[in-house]
Every structure is written in C-alpha cells, then in structure tokens.
Design a protein around this ligand. Structure first.
Ligand code: FAD
Ligand code: PYC
Length: 403
C-alpha cells in the first residue's frame, strides 16, 4: 500500500512479482537473516521473504533472548560459538543498536548428576575456546548476591556452570536490523502473505502457492519455526518434530537488581532482568503438544513456586505480561538445517526453545547452503538425514529449560 511505501524505516515492495530466484517462507529472525546474508555475502538479491502475519511476530517476538555457546556436544559448541561472535558485532554490521548485553550465564546444579553434566560441558567448552567454568556456592554467592544460597530449601544449590559471555539482546532490533539491511540491498519482504502450498515438479521445488497467488522460485527456503512440520508436509516429506507451547512472562519493571542470567534445569525456571527493568522469566515446555499460543495460569503458578525459592524478593513483584510461542522439538534437542529430499528446497527448523541465539549463524550458513547448493561443514551434523543414519546430536543436557 502507499502507506507502506512511505515507511521511513523499511523499503516495502508494492507488489508481489511472479517469480524470484529465492523465496523464503517465514519473516522471523532466521528467514530475515538468511535473506540478508544471501544479499550481503552472495550478491543474491532477487529474493522475497513471505510472512503470513507481521514482521517477526512469531517466536522471534516471544523469546527471552538468551544468547550463549555453553552447549554439550562439540558440534553444538562450534556452531553456537560462531553465533556469539556474530552477535558481538551485529549492532555495527546492521547499523542498529541491538542492545547486546553480556551478563554472565549460570546453569545451577542441584544434584550430583547435574554437577557431572556441568563439569562435562565446562571441559568441552574450554577445549573449543568457549569461556565456561564449574563454580561452587561461595563463588555463586559472590557473583550473584541476590540468589538464595540457603540449604534449608528442597533443592540446595551445589554448584553452577558459569559462562561469562552469556548475553541478552533486543529481539525486535535483531529482526528489524536484518530486514532493513536486506531490503536496502533489494530483498522484498511481504507480510500478510501466507504460503499455502509448495509447487513440486519431478522432485524439485519450483515455486509456492500463496494467499496472494502463485509465485515461481528457483529455490525455496522454509524458516517457519513452530509450523515446520506443516510446511514440510506441503513439500512432501515428514519431520521428526513435536510442536509444544513454551510460555514466558515479565514482571513489572524495577531498578537494576539482577545482573546475571540464571537457569535451573531441576527447578525448571530461568530469569534475567531486561534493560527496561522487567524480570524476564520462563520455565519448561507445556506438558502436551499443541498448535496454540494461549497462555495459562498453571504455568504461572508452577513457575512462581520455584522462582521464590531462588529469589524470595520476587514475592513482592507483580506479573505484567504473559505469553506463549510454539516450539518445534526434535528428539535430540538440536536443529535441522540444510538440504532436504526435495531438490532446491531447503529447511531451517527444529529450533524448539533454543533458536534465537542462533539467528546470525543460521542466517549466514543457510545463505551459504542455498547459494552453493551444498551443506556447509558447520551445518553437516544438523542435516535432516541424521535421523536416517541414527547420528543424533544430543543436546538435551544443554537445552537450558526443563522438558
Ligand atoms: P519465528 O520468529 O517464529 O518465524 C517464523 C515465521 O514463519 C513466523 O513469523 C510465522 O508467522 C511464519 N510462518 C509460519 N507459517 C507460515 C506460512 N505458511 N506462510 C508464511 N509465513 C509463515 N531461543 C533462544 O536462543 N534463547 C531464548 O532465551 C529463547 N527463549 C524462548 C522463550 C519462549 C517463550 C519461546 C517460545 C522461544 C524461545 N526461544 C529461545 C526459541 C526462539 O524463540 C526460536 O527458536 C526462534 O525465535 C526461531 O526463530 P525463527 O525465525 O525460526 O521463527
Ligand atoms: O536456549 O538459553 C536458551 C533458552 C533459555 C530459555 C529458553 N531458551
């Protein structure tokens, strides 16, 4: 519309063309980052990103923005490490302040088994150049004085995996930054445009059917997060993914009181304080699969019971907002990226509860995959055919929130 054309921030394309070199389905952080790197790194600009809702209104808008590289497997650590490095330079690269704020990330251990996993992660991390350390209650109390370190609780804290580079960022700025820079290079982004079918001829993708008509495409990329199985089915293959709601909430804003990001897998809670002063909190995925973004009282009650054990001062705070996203969970808690059984059809899925932190690396490497038609080395462990080869990348121990 003409209103769109006057937007001072984004160069909206007025009409959909009949054909593009690359069609990306889903204008979340991942789809937009892929579009940006296709244009910026590979000179591929005849690209459109189709979004059924509004710009980055899916899980990108609903996540709690934790960025870290303290994973468990060497494949995972190498992948997320590149993302942290890209995040550090992203405000400059995209010319927008993404408010990247390194806070230090604690994964609390309340059991001997959790201590063992924390030590394991620390050693794998250090081996690959990622700053993580197993620390004990004295250090935790010194670094995070607001945390309740008493052993008069159900699950006393025995130690923590401490990851100083752990960070939070402004999620909208990340998506908007990628969108703006992609559009400046000629990429088109079309909100309110739902992809309803994938056109396949002789085993290769040749276009998509949309709520605004048919579009021909040299290549198609799906980056639809919680709708991954539905979209893959339109392209004719199945994914080993269950879609489960993941909820979060924020408190009313207060003065700075919590500098760190704190996660407890045993208590199924995590928390950080945003730049606005709100306590950003979440817990485990809901106990059942569902395509819905409704939020529940049950979640809030469960979360607060545990949270008060860690941070008793929270009893005085009111909840301001609560929401949910749809997490597409893989059996090994790792993503699915790259080539698919359909020629010229690429997938970026399986981002469950952990994909915001991967936005830059995923965009960069998916763009490389699409531009070259081959699976980049960093993405090889995450290929869809790993489930046929029984070669999984088990990250459950590092996925952060309980499941
Ligand atoms: P999205 O932002 O969901 O984008 C996909 C887009 O595809 C959507 O906008 C959707 O509308 C669109 N779409 C779907 N179907 C169609 C169609 N047929 N046609 C056109 N468009 C379509 N990750 C972290 O790393 N750290 C965290 O702290 C963290 N916290 C989280 C907290 C919550 C409550 C939730 C729900 C998730 C959290 N995550 C976190 C996970 C993270 O949000 C996601 O993995 C990430 O945002 C996925 O990005 P995306 O761009 O792939 O998906
Ligand atoms: O991946 O770190 C993470 C995370 C925290 C909360 C949800 N996901």
């Amino acid at each position: 519309s003409s209103k769109h054309r006057e937007d001072p921030h984004f160069r909206w394309a007025p009409e959909l063309k009949k054909s593009y070199d690359v069609v990306i389905v889903g204008a979340g952080g991942h789809g937009l980052a892929t579009a940006y790197y296709l244009a910026a790194h590979h000179g591929i600009t005849n690209v459109c990103v189709l979004e059924k809702g509004y710009l980055a209104g899916g899980n990108t808008a609903r996540n709690t923005t934790i960025v870290r590289a303290n994973y468990l497997t060497p494949e995972g650590v190498a992948f997320y490490k590149e993302s942290v490095e890209l995040f550090r330079g992203l405000s400059l690269e995209l010319d927008i302040n993404i408010m990247y704020s390194e806070r230090g990330h604690f994964t609390l251990a309340h059991t001997d088994a959790a201590m063992r996993t924390a030590r394991w992660r620390a050693e794998v991390n250090k081996h690959l150049g990622v700053d993580s350390e197993l620390i004990y209650p004295d250090d935790i109390a010194r670094l995070c004085p607001t945390m309740n370190m008493s052993d008069e609780v159900r699950y006393p804290i025995l130690g923590a995996l401490y990851h100083p580079p752990g960070a939070i960022a402004r999620h909208d700025a990340v998506a908007w930054g990628y969108a703006r820079q992609a559009m400046r290079r000629g990429v088109e982004v079309h909100p309110q445009t739902e992809v309803t079918d994938v056109l396949i001829e002789n085993g290769r993708a040749v276009g998509v059917e949309t709520s605004r008509g048919t579009i021909h495409a040299g290549k198609v990329v799906q980056a639809v997060a919680g709708s991954s199985s539905l979209m893959a089915r339109k392209a004719g293959f199945r994914l080993p993914i269950r879609t489960i709601p993941l909820q979060a909430c924020v408190s009313e804003p207060v003065k700075p009181i919590l500098d760190q990001i704190v996660v407890s897998g045993s208590l199924h809670v995590y928390i950080s304080q945003s730049a606005r002063g709100e306590m950003v909190m979440g817990g485990a995925t809901d106990p059942y699969g569902l395509y819905s973004t409704r939020s529940t009282l049950d979640f809030k009650e469960g979360l607060m019971g545990h949270m008060l054990e860690l941070f008793p001062f929270m009893a005085e705070l009111r909840v301001l907002r609560q929401w949910a996203g749809m997490a597409d969970m893989t059996p090994d808690f790792s993503p699915v990226m790259g080539l698919t059984p359909v020629e010229n059809y690429y997938i970026d899925a399986g981002w469950g509860t952990w994909g915001f932190k991967a936005t830059p690396v995923c965009g960069k490497r998916m763009a490389e995959c699409v531009a070259t038609g081959t699976q980049p080395g960093l993405l090889r462990p995450f290929a869809l055919d790993r489930f046929d080869r029984f070669d999984l990348v088990g990250e459950k121990g590092a996925a952060s929130v309980g499941h």
